[in-house]
Design a protein around this ligand. Sequence first.
Ligand SMILES: *Cc1c(COP(=O)(O)O)cnc(C)c1O
Length: 456
Amino acid sequence: MPKTMIEPFRIKSVEPIRMTTRAERERLLEAARLNVFQLRAEDVLIDWLTDSGTGAMSARQWGAIMEGDESYAGARSFFRLEKVIQDITGMDYFVPTHQGRAAEKVLFTAVCKKGDLVPSNCHFDTTRANLEYVGVQALDCVIAEGLEPATLHPFKGNIDLERVEALLRKEGARIPFGMITVTNNTGGGQPVAMANIRAYAALLKKYGKPLVMDVCRFAENAMFIKMRESGYENTSVRAIAQEMFSYADAATMSAKKDGMVNIGGFIVLRSDEWLDEVRNDLIMMEGFPTYGGMAGRDLEALAVGLEEGLDEDYLRYRLRTAEYLGEKLDAAGVGFVKPTGGHAVYIDAKTVLPDMPVAHYPAWALCNALYLEGGIRGVEVGSMMFGRRLDDGTETFHSMELVRLAFPRRMYTQSHFDYAAEVIADVKQKAASIRGVKITKQPKFLRHFTVQCTWA
Ligand SMILES: *Cc1c(COP(=O)(O)O)cnc(C)c1O
């Protein structure tokens, strides 16, 4: 077998990306106050800011879009998507929303109350924010290995079952349901084992609690199970996904991930116990139950996308891209969170800029350097994102300084990854000349999006 990873698609429609000169990029980054979020996308060559809603749709999806039924109530497109979702999830009640966070808001508003506590492996930031907004404590219970970047473990997204059992015993009255995120985005896109999902569901059941899965990357998680968990080598990814869903009582999904579409999301429920409340909230917040937050054409594109996202050739290529970049980084002596996850590679900036003081924001500096050197846009996951300026003017810093490169689906080819690996290796060679930053202006919340900086 040839070893080259092969993109299991050919290109029918292209979108040019623009080469800029180094001098241009210096000017553009300074105009953006040294914050890549403030760049225009057309000034970026390779945009790895996020994998959310950024992927390429297939010819079949674009064809399906023309079949969208835009009827307000009872559209054909709703029933087509409902059938696909019922088949994959084994659950009867499908509730469309415009994206993942809307699914969370609708579900939590319907089901949670102030003072509740919801455990998960790691809550994604919108999940946490939506829970906290209704007064719920969102608790992360990922296994210890999930927090150690250099520790190898096949399922670093697993939830710590002992910790959850202790919680159920002590705080059971406050827990309306347990959650689990597949793959664990906040923990680096790391998968959760089938055995862990099964045991977690059984534990919750013992205490009479439902399991709600955050299934944004369920197909990537299923492929990891096929590749890493014994007993699943010869099971189809679709059957693995169906088994994962069989342990859940409900799920929330951002279709912008494994739904292979640019916008969309849903809630799916096994029983009708929460259905009336959920649909009432849906009508208030999103729309009528047969379109929710989506146009008929978006429902069609998602019906095709969910099927395509389970294609094993595609998933093999998908997981291989991250692993491939990881191998190149290893060869260049650049550290990263291991093993690589499904949708992203997280570079450990301290291995590239070991001498830069944390007060100069090394991961932010590396992010800027990747843009200056090669027109690549990633996102800092370090002290700019998680640090704080306290009221007395002192700064707090995050324990890790990471740069996340997240890969849009079906968009970039092997040569883009080769190019990026070269740029990263060049940046490491030039580490001594990379400049850190200091903050000149920052908002109170989510400062990384709009912070303004100058060279340190
Ligand atoms: C993206 C994401 C969400 C939120 O979805 P949006 O479509 O961005 O609103 C929730 N959970 C996880 C794990 C995600 O990755």
